[in-house]
Design a protein around this ligand. Structure first.
Ligand code: ATP
Length: 632
């Protein structure tokens, strides 16, 4: 970090910018002390005099020395600029973080108000607010500060929204960390750099605005004077005595350049620019779950860590609600490892987010029943339960941690928040947990930042964070997709180990059937937001009955695959959640599809062994091999 700051003054732009800024600040501090008296001394013998040895820039209408007045005016010009910048920044930040803190309608209202104000030209806003707040320095500070706030708020909203969507923020939310604390510790530190750049450059623009308002007579009033006021005083004699107006103008340019060049140099240093069988008459209407779909009672309810019945996730869409998750029902027993497979867009991640209570507005989660460790997640707040008993491991270990905090502190935060541990005990537990996930030299590693960890190590640390409490369920959403093959198998083995050691259940989401087969006891196959098959992983290759499951399995080569034959693929495209067809969503791609498939959605029916499948032709032989079809 400090190396990046040192890069600022090593560039020509940075050197000039910081040099000019230092000079301006020195003048602001020293000039009134050293030359304040001389700047206000009246010399009646030299009224409106031109430049001379005695008065280098000449004098004003009271014979006061313009050179000293320009230097002394630096303080008021700079102080007013900084006050307006501070006001604009504070109001902008508050409006910028409000949508995330407030959420819902109020949050959207703030965003809309900011958008309306951003649409107005800045100068127009300054003039309007100057009239509202009244003539004078205080009115000008308020006018300019309020006028720059919408632009600052818009930038802040964009930056905050970018960080708020990252996984370490989601992880902090799962851990039950409050919104204000998330904002202070996880969001703001990560948007600070572009904000600093913007504030610095905005200060340059504010300085110009002040000069403009004072020049127009709306800013600083006599006897006080800033550069804009001096420019106005010198304007009347500009043809006779141009230096009187030019000198303060040049100072405005120098100070403006100081802010802008410094801002550019900081930006440069930080790289910112910136279902079975025909005849099942029971058909549920689209989006509703058939009654049989709720039948996962082969699992005794009291054993269930997670009990999901008719889970739906809905988003508003241009042509009506979009429902990417259309009524899922399943249960996970204590210690059980359940895999979820399906193509991209089948709703796997949304299902995980819905369970972890992480679906963001305007998304809506509904269910007939959604219970975790016996607690109804749809009733009341369960932050503490989720924080201690649910661990979520996300796909990208790069974005799972706050880059500005040490790994140990991030783990410790969970311990302090949920177990009420002291700072010392939480740090000790963090080190212990890093050890538990096989991170070597955990004491030293805990003091490191995320960028000092490799991808696999970060994923281990993420699992370690989940182990700060005593997880009953670990949700891992594509935890190895971003890792290379060797590291993948290490992380999967670790997940298996910690699951056994902690006695936790696992919900492993993956598009990779082989990963799920290696780790899980049972697999849920998702298609277009619904479970189409639920079977033991051991049966995947030999007893899968849904054509989609069979196609997914065929797409993964094994020891018996003919290496001379083209690898099987699934023809066609996954279903767009906004255009789910009538009948079975898979019909358009299914080699077994008949008229009934295109007309009625098959129910997810269970056999006595608990194997569930939603297909009118479940288990029928597929004569047209998907691979041949794809090749054709
Ligand atoms: N915030 C949202 N607003 C609208 N639609 C969304 C939103 N989030 C997800 N979706 C849609 O929901 C569908 C399912 O998304 P989800 O991320 O759960 O799929 P997935 O099966 O996990 O896929 P992948 O493996 O690519 O992550 C996708 O089509 C996606 O476009």
């Amino acid at each position: 970090m400090s190396r990046r700051w040192s890069r600022i003054y090593k560039t020509p732009v940075g050197m000039v910018g910081l040099g000019l800024l230092t000079l301006t600040v020195l003048l602001a501090v020293l000039a009134p002390i050293l030359w304040g008296d001389r700047a206000s001394a009246v010399d009646t013998e030299h009224l409106l005099a031109g430049p001379s040895a005695q008065h280098w820039f000449g004098t004003d209408n009271l014979g006061r020395d313009l050179f000293f007045r320009v230097l002394v005016a630096t303080r008021l010009s700079l102080v007013l600029t900084l006050l307006a910048t501070a006001l604009g920044t504070v109001v902008g930040l508050l409006l910028g973080v409000a949508p995330l803190l407030l959420e819902g309608r109020l949050g959207r209202l703030v965003t809309a108000v900011v958008n309306v104000f951003v649409a107005f030209p800045g100068l127009l806003l300054v003039l309007v607010f100057a009239v509202i707040f009244g003539v004078g320095a205080r009115g000008a500070v308020l006018a300019i500060g309020i006028a720059v706030a919408p632009g600052m708020a818009r930038l802040c909203q964009t930056l905050v929204a970018g960080v708020a969507g990252l996984e370490y923020v989601a992880a902090a939310r799962v851990a039950g960390v409050g919104r204000l604390r998330i904002m202070a510790r996880h969001v703001l530190p990560n948007v600070a750099e572009p904000l600093v750049v913007n504030v610095t450059i905005t200060a340059g623009a504010i300085l110009l605005s002040f000069a403009g308002l004072s020049f127009l007579g709306l800013g600083v009033q006599a006897p006080a004077y800033d550069w804009g006021r001096l420019m106005q005083d010198g304007l009347s004699g500009i043809y006779v005595h141009p230096l009187a107006a030019l000198a303060p103008g040049i100072m405005v340019v120098i100070a403006g350049l100081a802010f802008n060049l410094t801002g550019e140099a900081i930006a440069g240093a930080f790289g910112i620019s910136a279902a079975t069988g025909l005849g099942k008459a029971l058909h549920a209407p689209s989006g509703e779950t058939p009654a049989s779909d709720l039948r996962h009672d082969h699992v005794a309810d009291r054993e269930l860590v997670l009990d999901v019945r008719d889970l739906r996730v809905t988003f508003p869409g241009a042509d009506g609600p979009i429902r990417p998750v259309r009524g899922l029902s399943f249960g996970i027993r204590a210690g059980e490892a359940v895999g979820v497979v399906g193509e991209s867009g089948s709703g796997k991640s949304l299902t995980a987010l819905a369970i972890a209570q992480l679906v963001e507005e305007p998304g809506r989660v509904d269910a007939k029943h959604l219970a975790f460790c016996g607690a109804d997640l749809l009733e009341g707040s369960h932050d503490k339960l989720l924080g201690t008993s649910l661990a979520v491991v996300f796909q990208d270990p790069m974005t799972s941690f706050n880059p500005t905090m040490r790994i140990g502190s991030q783990l410790a935060e969970v311990g302090r928040h949920h177990q009420g541990l002291s700072r010392k005990s939480a740090s000790a537990r963090a080190v212990d947990r890093l050890g538990a996930v096989r991170v070597r030299e955990p004491e030293r590693r805990a003091r490191q930042y995320p960028f000092e960890f490799s991808g696999g190590m970060r994923q281990r640390a993420m699992i370690g964070m989940g182990l700060m409490g005593s997880p009953r369920l670990i949700i891992a959403d594509e935890p190895t997709t971003a890792l290379d093959v060797t590291v993948q198998s290490q992380v999967l083995a670790l997940l298996q180990d910690v699951r056994r050691e902690e006695g936790a259940a696992l919900l492993l989401i993956s598009h990779d059937v082989s990963v799920v087969s290696d780790v899980c006891d049972r697999v849920l196959v998702m298609y277009a937001g619904r479970i189409v098959e639920d079977l033991p992983t051991a049966d995947l290759r030999t007893r899968a009955r849904h054509p989609y499951t069979r196609a997914l399995v065929a797409a993964v080569p094994d020891m018996t695959t003919d290496i001379n034959a083209p690898l099987a693929t699934i023809p066609g495209q996954p279903v767009d959640p906004s255009r789910v067809p009538t009948g079975c969503a898979y019909a358009a791609r299914c080699p077994l599809a008949t008229d009934v498939c295109r007309e009625q959605d098959p129910a997810l029916d269970a056999d006595p062994a608990g194997h569930r499948v939603a297909c009118w032709h479940a288990g029928e032989p597929i004569e047209v091999v998907a691979a041949e079809e794809a090749t054709a």
